[in-house]
Design a protein around this ligand. Structure first.
Ligand code: AMP
Length: 422
């Protein structure tokens, strides 16, 4: 299938051609015809699958078919994070380069005055985070009565972030006879309920590759390491030559800041993004990272969702995620656009249980790498020394020699025995 065969408007095809989009991705192939056929769509797709174009292209196509309602807000896209919202707006602008539609973001964390000014002039497409949009709706600053197309993007994150009440209130301001598209990477029961609530009963479900299948081009490496040695290990890894651009995940905002301070002290320039950073600080951090001025970006899960960086060489799980699905989201940030990527996970004793859940979900065991800071509290089994060694001059030799490992250090494919994880 080509974009031309999807019956898209010539003005959109021209923009796609310039962007270098040759063939539609599976989610685009499967969703676009249904959306053009005026069906509500439930899309099960994670970031990196091309889901933005899957909804943005047919929506722009509709707007081009009916230009008389120019500058009335006919499209509303709700996004859980500011970064994702900005990215969606940028995509609409890129795809709509040869149209005259106006697409703007309504975001929290920035002064609302300029947003109100933009709204006054008329906007065809609003991409918004729910909280700020609801504020403006309540103040009577935004008119949603003409919205024909509603997109709820990353609906599962929206639920996780507690936005659902705001989303409900916003949807109450929309007309019933609209077309709704809901995208979610995971499908917990709460999402299924939302689907029943917001989508027509004859909606079409479109799925991309199952959540359990990590992208094939991602090497997934595992380092068993004690908590207090994670920083040292990360510094060693980051100093290797093949590390070009690394996204490092921490569980908490505080953890992200602390890690950044530690790395900076070792001369490694890092950027940090998380929910407590101002919008300007986040934009600057992303700019420095994308330009290569900093090769390390430290992020929390929520802040990282929706960041569009195509050429990440490495993703590091400095702390293992709480949910196994989050692991798949995280590592999906590398190995994109057909490039190879490496996902590195640091697992300490308390994280072992979560690791087992991840391996069960992805139906694969991560490759264990030997290194200079082996995990304590595991009995060695020389027979199981099948893991690769992380070649860090002197210290790594210690772990690759079983004789040196008569203490609690771990070398091998799996730790056996020892203390049970919680
Ligand atoms: P998304 O899942 O919408 O965040 O898209 C992930 C990345 O894939 C973005 O950088 C898009 O620009 C890119 N992309 C989306 N669709 C295509 C396509 N059909 N061909 C090439 N690149 C694409």
């Amino acid at each position: 299938m080509t974009f031309t065969q999807l019956n898209l408007h010539e003005r959109l095809l021209r923009a796609l051609d310039e962007l270098g989009y040759e063939t539609p991705t599976p989610i685009q192939n499967d969703s676009i015809p249904h959306i053009l056929n005026k069906k509500d769509v439930l899309g099960c797709a994670q970031t990196g699958t091309g889901k933005t174009a899957a909804f943005a292209l047919p929506i722009l196509n509709f707007l081009l078919d009916d230009e008389k309602n120019y500058r009335k807000t006919r499209v509303l896209v709700l996004s859980p994070t500011r970064e994702l919202a900005i990215q969606i707006r940028d995509n609409f602008r890129q795809f709509g380069k040869y149209t005259h539609f106006k697409c703007s973001v309504i975001l929290g964390g920035v002064n609302q005055k300029s947003q109100i000014e933009v709204l006054k002039k008329g906007v065809d497409i609003i991409v918004a985070t729910p909280g700020r949009l609801l504020d403006l709706v309540n103040q009577g600053k935004v008119d949603l009565s003409n919205v024909d197309y509603l997109v709820l993007d990353e609906a599962d994150t929206m639920l996780d972030m507690g936005f659902i009440h705001d989303v409900r209130k916003i949807v109450n301001h929309l007309k019933k006879e609209r077309q709704t598209m809901l995208f979610s990477a995971t499908m917990p029961d709460a999402i299924i309920n939302l689907v029943k609530e917001f989508l027509k009963s004859d909606h079409v479900t479109v799925k991309t590759s199952a959540i359990s299948s990590a992208a094939p081009k991602i090497n997934q490496e595992l380092y068993y390491v004690d908590k207090n040695n994670k920083v040292n290990l990360l510094i060693d890894i980051l100093k290797k030559d093949d590390i070009k651009s690394t996204l490092v995940f921490t569980r908490t905002k505080h953890g992200a800041n602390k890690l950044s301070d530690n790395l900076s002290r070792s001369g490694i320039k890092t950027e940090v993004i998380h929910g407590n950073k101002s919008q300007n600080a986040r934009v600057l951090a992303l700019k420095n990272f994308k330009s290569g001025a900093s090769k390390v970006l430290i992020a929390t899960d929520i802040a990282a969702r929706g960041i569009d960086i195509n050429e990440l060489s490495h993703v590091v799980n400095f702390e293992m995620p709480d949910m196994p699905e989050t692991y798949v989201h995280r590592i999906g940030r590398t190995g994109r656009a057909g490039l190879e990527g490496t996902a590195i996970s640091f697992c300490d004793i308390d994280e072992k249980k979560g690791l087992s859940e991840i391996e069960r979900l992805i139906k694969q065991q991560l490759e264990v790498i030997n290194h200079a800071y082996p995990m304590q509290n595991f009995t060695l089994s020389p027979k199981k020394q099948t893991g690769r060694s992380f070649n860090r001059n002197t210290a790594s030799k210690k772990t690759s020699n079983p004789k040196n490992n008569n203490h609690k250090g771990y070398v091998g494919s799996r730790p056996r025995g020892g203390r049970r994880s919680k």
